[in-house]
Design a protein around this ligand. Structure first.
Ligand SMILES: Cc1cc2nc3c(=O)[nH]c(=O)nc-3n(C[C@H](O)[C@H](O)[C@H](O)COP(=O)(O)OP(=O)(O)OC[C@H]3O[C@@H](n4cnc5c(N)ncnc54)[C@H](O)[C@@H]3O)c2cc1C
Length: 314
């Protein structure tokens, strides 16, 4: 049976939510081996076993903190891939995932395909979107090892309980790295991460002010949702760039996307087109967004959103 590796991305000793979907994708290809870089594999063993990880490898190297040395982290993933006979290495296509998977692919001299929406190990292909979501490209996977980044939330996380064994695997890596991360200033601390959210409520230009975004925050709380913004809202200073969804913002794929006062531009849709259900709230019945949404509410967002929040609270 093939072994598929999964980079278990963590932050502050917690597994990123979208990793579970990547494990489910990997299980289609064979037995799943997880690679942990923060040294806390034992504390993740139970939850990862629930999703089907049979071996969980604690990759360690003396005097190296992988969170500060991305080159070493990429090398560690590559060495783990070779040592455990992995045929494909998968991870979440997050900023950190993309960085480390690319470094691992470089070390492995393997193919690299990021932001994939589909992976098929039986027929050896992956699919990803191109040209702002207007085209879906199919890439055939040839022989050799493949490194694949999966767009967050593209695969449902399916429980598949197995016994998970933790393996400590020490590596001999050069302690000098060309890059060292000195400090990290997190943008939008306290906000729910857009790319990880199952529900997103987004405000467009008519939000009119930073203050008015609180309307969306209130509604988001009732739905355990993240709040996003269009570029028009960001450029107007109503929201930080970390909240921007679209071609030049974040790519999201939630179960439910509620767009409030969005016209439905191609560039915005490039970032959220793969959402499972799209709901649009717009005063203009002819707004283009209504032709691209599953449900539409013709109305003023300043009336509809508070009514929605009230109904959800009840
Ligand atoms: C290279 C490039 C990259 C870009 N990248 C991005 C990107 O990443 N993300 C992005 O979002 N955009 C991006 N844009 C900008 C994009 O083209 C649009 O200008 C932008 O998405 C429009 O934002 P909007 O829908 O909020 O505003 P508008 O287009 O102004 O639409 C506002 C909508 O709100 C409706 N409305 C007005 N008042 C209300 C109300 N009270 N209640 C309900 N509805 C109301 C109006 O009928 C209208 O349909 C990019 C553009 C370029 C050229």
């Amino acid at each position: 049976m093939s072994k598929i590796g999964v980079f278990i991305e963590t932050a502050d000793q917690a597994i990123k939510k979208s990793v579970a979907g990547v494990i489910s994708a990997a299980l289609q290809g064979g037995e799943v081996v997880g690679f942990v870089l923060d040294g806390f594999a034992e504390s993740y063993r139970e939850s990862l076993g629930e999703y089907g990880v049979t071996e969980l490898v604690n990759l360690t190297a003396a005097n190296i903190d992988f969170s500060k040395q991305p080159e070493a982290a990429g090398r560690a993933l590559a060495q783990g891939t070779n040592a455990f006979g992995i045929s494909s290495l998968l991870g979440v296509s997050s900023p950190i995932g993309n960085d480390l998977l690319a470094r691992a692919a470089m070390e492995l001299k393997s193919t690299l395909t990021l932001d994939c929406l589909e992976v098929n190990f039986q027929e050896n292909y992956v699919k990803k979107s191109h040209f702002s979501g207007k085209a879906i490209a199919t890439f055939e996977m040839g022989t050799g090892t493949h490194v694949i980044g999966i767009r967050p939330n593209s695969f449902d996380a399916v429980r598949n309980p197995v016994d998970c064994q933790v393996i400590d695997h020490g590596l001999d890596l050069p302690s000098e790295d060309a890059i060292e991360i000195i400090s990290v200033d997190k943008a939008g601390t306290g906000q729910k991460e857009l790319t990880e959210a199952s529900v997103i409520i987004t405000g467009g230009r008519p939000m009119g002010s930073k203050e008015n975004f609180k309307l969306l925050d209130e509604c988001a709380k009732t739905l355990d949702a993240a709040v996003g913004a269009s570029r028009a809202a960001v450029d107007s200073g109503y929201a930080p760039h970390s909240m921007q969804v679209g071609q030049t913002g974040k790519i999201v794929s939630p179960k439910l996307y509620i767009g409030c006062g969005l016209s439905g531009s191609v560039q915005h849709f490039a970032g959220m087109k793969t959402s499972e259900v799209i709901v649009a709230i717009n005063t203009d019945k002819d707004a283009p967004i209504f032709t691209k949404s599953d449900y539409g509410i013709i109305g003023d967002l300043f009336e509809v959103v508070p009514a929605l929040t009230k109904a959800l609270k009840e």
